[in-house]
Design a protein around this ligand. Structure first.
Ligand SMILES: C[S@@+](CC[C@H](N)C(=O)[O-])C[C@H]1O[C@@H](n2cnc3c(N)ncnc32)[C@H](O)[C@@H]1O
Length: 280
């Protein structure tokens, strides 16, 4: 079997397939890059042993569970605690400074949004870091980490907050002792003080975000596959959801679209850490 999609001859019916999936599941594949969608559908076709979009459309009718398989293949929910160590080493002093500024100012609220949170490792990592940085001052602050994803299955895992031992390997040992408790053979649950801070919510990034004045938005390894227009819309959404001076962190291979790059300040450009200017 070659890597070339066996579906090139049926390119025309890709549009029909996209429309079919949109109607059945309200999920608009048209917002993703075309080449990416073709590759992911080709991968599904190989898995199920079919050779055309038309055959695949028939399979979706016969077995609607295939919609979930396909959407899962497109959205990919790989994640990790403290994913990309370098980013977290930059975030630490940024959040420390943010907390210090809030302590001298009037606001005692810290609002974070993890957009595209998958199984919860990213929002729990932020919550642990914030609790560590706040120390004894945690009680003086109202901390909220809103964690959103469009996939209900990953959100269910995230809400449970129970992970196998090998998933914990990037959590610093002192955090493992403080923030995790064993709940079974090789299984660990996030401590209540961490879970309490994180609220999970089903939300598609293709819809306008219902948030305002976020201090930090992390949207990592999520929109790399969206097409250009959709990326700009998502970034507009983030802009509107951020407080002035709030931070935006993207994945290492995700760049600000040029029309948005002029609006954000690059704080650590290489690590995709940006800021909405204080006066914008
Ligand atoms: C690769 S994971 C990234 C998880 C985490 N942010 C990280 O970097 O480790 C991508 C997540 O984005 C979610 N996702 C993809 N498209 C989305 C969309 N349009 N709206 C909301 N979430 C989406 C997927 O369901 C998946 O859980």
């Amino acid at each position: 079997m070659t890597d070339t999609p066996p579906v090139q001859a049926y390119r025309g019916s890709l549009e029909k397939l996209i429309a079919k999936i949109g109607e059945a599941r309200g999920f608009d594949l048209g917002n993703y890059r075309r080449a990416y969608i073709e590759r992911r559908i080709a991968a599904r076709l190989r898995t199920v042993g079919l050779h055309s979009y038309r055959q695949y459309a028939d399979l979706l009718d016969e077995d609607p569970r295939e919609y979930d398989e396909l959407i899962g293949t497109i959205t990919i929910n790989v994640t990790d605690f403290f994913r990309d160590k370098v980013v977290w080493s930059h975030l630490r002093p940024i959040l420390k400074e943010m907390i210090a500024a809030k302590r001298v100012g009037r606001s005692r609220a810290l609002r974070v949004w993890s957009a595209g949170c998958a199984t919860g490792e990213e929002p729990y990592s932020i919550a642990m870091l914030l609790l560590d940085l706040l120390g004894d001052h945690a009680k003086d602050f109202v901390v909220s980490v809103t964690a959103s994803d469009l996939d209900s299955d990953v959100l269910e895992v995230a809400r449970q907050g129970v992970y196998e031992r090998e998933r914990l390997r990037h959590i610093p040992p002192s955090y493992q002792v403080r923030f995790l408790q064993q709940v079974g053979e090789g299984r660990f649950e996030m401590a209540p003080e961490v879970k309490r801070l994180v609220r999970f919510q089903k939300l598609s990034l293709f819809e306008p975000a219902p948030f305002r004045v976020m201090d930090l938005i992390m949207c990592r390894n999520v929109f790399i596959y969206f097409d250009r227009d959709q990326q700009v819309r998502v970034l507009e959404n983030f802009w509107n959801s951020l407080a002035r001076g709030g931070y935006l962190v993207l994945g290492r291979s995700e760049k600000l679209a040029p029309e948005m790059a002029a609006r954000f300040e690059a704080i650590v450009g290489r690590e995709r850490i940006y800021r909405r200017p204080s006066r914008a």
